[in-house]
Write a protein that binds this ligand. Structure first.
Ligand SMILES: Cc1ncc(COP(=O)(O)O)c(C=O)c1O
Length: 352
């Protein structure tokens, strides 16, 4: 049976990458051993690491005054790592909480600092109202989750908040569009949606953002920056898979092409849902509709469960909405093809 994997993460890896990885597991670059066996102190791994960083700088147009480093612990560890490395942040921070992941980070920051950060609730106002609300505050830093994976809410236009320096959780939309770094201080993302498999978190930090402090060794950002992400044993295989995915992005035409494809795929599905609005509920206002996670529900809840059951039977995987909100979620990451979206629409047509 043909499988169409729309899972929210870990998620589909491009077929050509899976093929290359399986070859490299058997033998890497005619070296006589597997990529799984490479030492993090070897020249071979150093080369992988430097290529990954070079691709990220180039594809994302990251300015030279940003450091890139890789950590373990997922995006969730950043809720401890950032406050630990930036003790003064709490006095100068507002949170824009647009969904579940932002709320979790807010709650962890609150616990870490033993103080309540200022927050701006997101009540589905218009972009203009949101910007006005952010502008009203004096704090230097603004925390946002660029894409709320569970609710399907995305904020892509960071320059709109140009009186703030941004700290952005980009776990579910990194490397899916091009953006300007002008007012960004820190970006982080788990790899397991657009950049490969779990185990590695990409951290991109403007020089001077993370303050020096006397922390225990793993949590001290400077150890990771100074030792080029090999302060202790890094997740070598996850970093290698990220390289293969980045090469695939570059070979596919770069981020501009990926961005265009993502918008075409997402708009095709949204158009179908809008044209059948008597059958579907879409609660996210159009301005904030995510291109990465398209969240909707059938108006008739019986159809939701019938559709989800039939989807599994027909090889459409990972379409269940997050357990906290139910409904349907289509994750439209970079690896999803337009043909997969068209197949899904054909399948949906059987339920309207
Ligand atoms: C936007 C966002 N932030 C954070 C997380 C948590 O990531 P992790 O499981 O890597 O800690 C997720 C997981 O899906 C996410 O989508």
């Amino acid at each position: 049976m043909k499988v169409n994997n729309f899972s929210a993460g870990p998620s589909k890896i491009p077929d050509s990458v899976v093929n290359q990885v399986s070859k490299d597991i058997l033998e890497y670059q005619n070296l006589g051993y597997s990529v799984l066996e490479i030492s993090h102190r070897s020249k071979v791994f150093e080369e992988i690491l430097s290529k990954v960083k070079a691709h990220l700088y180039e594809l994302l147009k990251i300015p030279d005054n940003f450091d890139i480093f890789f950590l373990q612990g997922g995006a969730t560890f950043q809720n401890t790592f950032i406050p630990a490395n930036k003790p003064t942040l709490i006095d100068n921070l507002i949170f824009l909480i647009s969904g579940t992941w932002g709320k979790k980070t807010f709650q962890d920051f609150e616990k870490y600092y033993n103080q309540n950060p200022f927050s701006i609730p997101f009540n589905h106002e218009t972009y203009d109202e949101l910007i006005t609300n952010v502008y009203k505050s004096d704090e230097k830093y603004l925390y946002i989750t660029s894409n709320e994976t569970i609710e399907g809410i995305q904020i892509r236009n960071f320059n709109n908040f140009d009186n703030k320096e941004l700290i952005i959780d980009m776990s579910s939309d990194i490397c899916s569009y091009v953006f300007d770094w002008k007012n960004i201080s820190y970006v982080y993302a788990g790899a397991q949606k657009n950049l490969g498999i779990p185990g590695v978190t990409i951290c991109i930090s403007k020089e001077g953002f993370l303050e020096k402090s006397n922390l225990t060794s793993y949590i001290d950002a400077h150890n990771h920056i100074d030792k080029n992400s090999a302060f202790n044993t890094p997740p070598t295989f996850s970093i290698y898979v990220m390289l293969k995915v980045l090469e695939w992005i570059a070979d596919s035409g770069g981020l501009e092409k990926i961005q265009l494809d993502n918008s075409i795929k997402a708009e095709t599905l949204y158009k179908f849902l809008d044209e059948n609005s008597e059958k579907f509920n879409l609660s996210v206002p159009k301005e904030f509709r995510s291109y990465s996670n398209i969240v909707f529900d059938f108006k008739d809840s019986k159809l939701t469960s019938n559709f989800l059951q039939s989807s599994v039977n027909k090889g459409f995987l990972g379409l269940n909405g997050h357990r906290s909100i139910g409904g349907v979620r289509v994750s439209n990451y970079n690896s999803i093809s337009i043909e997969m979206v068209e197949d899904l629409i054909t399948h949906l047509k059987g339920f309207i």
